[in-house]
Design a protein around this ligand. Structure first.
Ligand code: MN
Length: 289
């Protein structure tokens, strides 16, 4: 049977509500995906000051709005709807994310983390921006393939372990079937409207994790709606997720925390926002901060 999980509501900055579907107390990973935030839509800017990451990749995708990304590699770049930011933290990177100062629009997007596989998690940090991605119009769906290989397309954004991500605008109403990769774990969220997935009605705030193995979904909608899907081969590695870090051992978390607090990460220049302070380590390691 399909599993329906409830996202936890939190806030990033004033007036910008986040639905955090992963990590969930009942589920830690979908393939290598270990964090899934859906924020907005809201007339609110993003204001996230410099903070560090290790052991993961961040994926940023906007349905609406604009965010300026700055990182400790010296990157400074705006992301707009339809574009993908892929940041590889590896052994360590710091970044800030903020709407332009003059921004007065609607912010709506998702941000996800991919746990790097053990063999690659200490790689050099990197940042990639993809302004163009494969798109396919099919059965009243406008599908964008963000990452990996699906729907007969290859994204230029390749993952470090088998995984994929898709955005689907349900322009037309009706029912159709979407075939995906057999053997992958999948998670689906609705980002706009409501959608019936294999007969289960889903709205923003819930995560559907289909029973595996899976050949495809039946997608039905009676009004325009939008979906976001992640998938991947089971990670089969025990990860520790604490604050902005993904690791395998608690000592690695403690080291990264200390490195950040002692100024051991290269600086993020150009952001007027205050750098974030790591929470105290008495948080229970293994639960997400
Ligand atoms: Mn971040």
């Amino acid at each position: 049977m399909h599993q329906i999980l409830t996202a936890r509501e939190t806030e990033i900055g004033p007036a910008l509500t986040v639905r955090r579907a992963l990590p969930n107390k009942n589920l830690k990973t979908i393939g290598p995906w270990c964090f899934l935030d859906h924020f907005g839509p809201a007339r609110a800017p993003v204001r996230v000051g410099p903070h560090p990451h290790i052991g993961l990749q961040t994926v940023t995708w906007l349905m609406d709005g604009e965010i300026v990304h700055r990182d400790s590699l010296g990157t400074e770049l705006s992301i707009n709807p339809g574009q993908l930011n892929l940041m590889t933290a590896g052994q360590g990177i710091a970044h800030s994310e903020e709407s332009p100062a003059s921004f007065d629009g609607i912010t709506h997007g998702v941000q996800l983390w991919i746990a790097l596989p053990d063999a690659q998690r200490f790689c050099e940090p990197a940042f990639e921006h993809y302004p163009e991605l494969p798109r396919l119009e099919k059965d009243g769906m406008d599908i964008t393939l963000l990452m990996g290989t699906e729907i007969g397309e290859n994204s230029p954004a390749q993952t470090r372990s088998p995984a994929s991500a898709l955005d689907i605008v349900l322009r037309d109403t009706g029912a159709r079937t979407l075939a995906l990769t057999p053997g992958f774990e999948y998670g689906l969220i609705v980002t706009e409207g409501e959608v019936s997935l294999d007969g289960v009605l889903l709205r923003p705030g819930s995560l559907l994790v289909p029973a595996s193995p899976l050949a495809g979904f039946r997608i039905e909608n009676t009004a325009p709606a939008r979906l976001f899907i992640v998938g991947g081969a089971p990670l089969n590695e025990k990860i520790i997720l604490w604050w902005n870090f993904v690791a395998r051992r608690h000592e690695e978390i403690e080291d990264a925390r200390q490195r950040w607090e002692n100024g051991g990460f290269p600086p993020v220049t150009g952001s007027a926002l205050q750098r974030l302070t790591a929470p105290p380590l008495d948080y229970h390691l293994g639960s997400a901060g």
